[in-house]
Ligand binder design. Structure first.
Ligand code: HEC
Length: 363
């Protein structure tokens, strides 16, 4: 019975091929008549010679036919698998259609192939036949992909449902509601009863993991000397301090009179000394013993003599002949030179200038 059916389809398929070919053979003979004028129009329309256009159309058609054939064979299998007779028939009909069309296409191709050999232009009619054929093929492809998508979706949904059911069973190990009677305990607390469900495996394994973890924790942190929280905190704070220092170095303009600090490290003082010798010594003389500018080494100050006051004198200048250095020196440089001045060795009269100012600052 089955073989008979198959033979029937095959014969119908063959006939359709044949008929398609015959149908076209009659027509195209006339269409190939020399239509040079039409070829010229074609060229203007598509920017291709008729031969090129023909090759393009042929290739497109061949690809489409292959896609449709592949899709319909697949769709047929899937539908067979799902035992859906109606769908099967639709796809069979489609297969027949493809047979018909591909034979038409093949025929048109043959005609046009002779056209290529003899350089006879690819006639308009053939072009439109190709075009119509291609559009129908595209529609078939759309239909088939829609069909397959629908089936694939259903299949995937089903697989998902089974997967989740299994998953939930293995995670909770719960007795299904239908069988709950079998695990109901005897006692009854004012109508409230208790089910003797198993502990959910997800919870049990989580608990085992914490036990293993505890051993690992004690061994790592308290026997092998892992970094404890307080230590971690101190390390993090030290890192942050280093970062702040680096940031301050990179942004000297951040040092102002509000946050200036007395520096004591050698490199900062050396930097301050260099600045002093280059910029300040002309007026304040070597070692700051005083010249045009006052003695910076004694305990007497015209203005404030702490680090903030010195910073301010340099940063903003002072009215009687001390220029502002803001803009020439940056905050960090002023801080360095102020710290240097703060650390100067006392040079008192007669080597140094007489003290000026009534503000006394011991250092
Ligand atoms: C052109 C000369 C001149 C130069 C250069 C100069 N100063 Fe002065 N400086 C003075 C004079 C004059 C005063 C006193 C200003 C006043 O009395 O108002 C003074 C005051 C000071 C004071 C305040 C002293 C006090 O007793 O309160 C400090 C600090 C100071 N200079 C530091 C510096 C530094 C640092 C530099 C270099 C970056 C520098 N000066 C460059 C002339 C100069």
């Amino acid at each position: 019975m089955k073989t008979l059916n198959k033979m029937k389809s095959f014969i119908i398929l063959l006939t359709s091929f044949f008929m398609g070919s015959v149908a076209l053979a009659g027509e195209t003979q006339e269409a190939v008549a020399p239509a040079v004028e039409r070829a010229r129009l074609l060229y203007e329309k598509f920017g291709m010679t008729s031969t090129q256009l023909f090759i393009v159309m042929l290739l497109v058609t061949i690809v489409l036919v292959i896609v449709v054939a592949a899709l319909s064979f697949n769709a047929k299998h899937v539908i067979e698998f799902k035992m859906n007779k109606k769908g099967q028939n639709t796809v069979k009909a489609l297969l027949l259609l493809v047979g018909l069309f591909s034979s038409t296409g093949a025929m048109a191709a043959e005609d046009a192939a002779s056209a290529v050999t003899f350089s006879v232009p690819f006639p308009d009619e053939s072009f439109y036949i190709f075009l119509g054929f291609d559009i129908i093929l595209l529609l078939i492809i759309l239909y088939l992909t829609g069909l397959m998508n629908g089936m694939l979706y259903e299949f995937v949904q089903q697989r998902k449902r089974v997967f989740w059911r299994r998953m939930s069973k293995s995670l909770t190990d719960a007795t299904p509601i239908e069988d709950e009677g079998s695990i109901l305990l005897d006692h009854d607390y004012d109508g409230i009863k208790e089910l003797d469900n198993n502990l959910p495996p997800w919870w049990k394994y989580g608990f085992y993991i914490t036990i293993v973890w505890a051993f690992g924790y004690v061994i790592y942190y308290h026997m092998l000397g892992g970094t404890l929280q307080t230590e971690e905190y101190e390390i993090a704070m030290a890192e942050a301090d280093a970062d702040i220092e680096a940031y301050k170095k990179a942004h000297p303009e951040l040092i102002t009179v509000d946050n200036v600090e007395l520096l004591t490290d050698k490199s900062a003082l050396a930097q301050g000394r260099t600045i002093f010798e280059e910029k300040c010594q002309v007026c304040h003389m070597e070692g700051g013993r005083g010249g045009v500018g006052p003695n910076l080494t004694d305990e007497n100050w015209i203005y404030e003599g702490d680090i903030k006051g010195i910073f301010e004198s340099i940063y903003g200048g002072r009215s009687n002949g001390m220029q502002p250095w803001n803009g020439i020196l940056n905050g960090a440089e002023i801080q360095a030179v102020a710290s240097y001045i703060y650390h100067l060795e006392p040079i008192l009269p007669p080597e140094g200038q007489d003290p000026k100012g009534d503000n006394i600052y011991k250092r």
